[in-house]
Design a protein around this ligand. Structure first.
Ligand SMILES: *[C@@H]1O[C@H](CO)[C@@H](O)[C@H](O)[C@H]1NC(C)=O
Length: 156
């Protein structure tokens, strides 16, 4: 499903030549093993986590969303990463848009497709969000041997 989506979006992007459909404006961490001492909520106890909408499609396959596509918006960021671990780990990923100075893009929709060996994952907005020009997204999964995700951020 991810590949089909990539392919379709890739073709759309190349046909319309969207100049802003790139991941370089996104800061992101590796898919990082954490402990209770190093997880985001421990290091940032004052940050309010907003849960993204969560739809479980099948075991280990979850889509997190925030906001909705709006007319005139476009794909701003498409980012993919995957990691395997020799033994089950608690993992986290932190993404932040934009990576540097404001791009002036107002965010309309965020979609994160997650696939992992574990059953469950968490998807949270920790800063900014829909209707704003910045966002920070936290993904978490406990006791998993694999973690794959693809992020789409739209805005205008
Ligand atoms: C992972 O474990 C931590 C610490 O026990 C817990 O706070 C968190 O909710 C768990 N995350 C998920 C996605 O289950």
């Amino acid at each position: 499903m991810f590949l089909v989506l990539c392919l379709v979006l890739g073709i759309m992007a190349s046909v319309s030549g969207q100049p802003h459909a790139r991941a370089s404006d996104l800061y992101y961490t590796d898919i990082t093993p954490v402990t209770d001492e190093t997880r985001y909520t421990t290091l940032n106890p004052d940050t309010q986590l907003t849960e993204m909408n969560k739809v479980k499609h099948s075991k280990g396959n979850i889509v997190f969303t925030a906001g909705e596509r709006a007319s005139g918006d476009r794909l701003i960021v498409n980012h993919y990463d995957d990691e395997n671990f020799p033994s089950a780990k608690d993992v986290e990923v932190l993404m932040s848009y934009p990576a540097g100075a404001s791009t002036g893009v107002t965010l309309t929709s965020i979609e994160v497709y997650v696939d992992m060996a574990a059953d469950d994952a968490g998807g949270y907005l920790t800063k900014g969000g829909i209707g704003q020009t910045n966002v920070e997204i936290l993904l978490t999964s406990n006791q998993t041997r694999s973690f794959v995700y693809e992020t789409f951020i739209y805005g205008y």
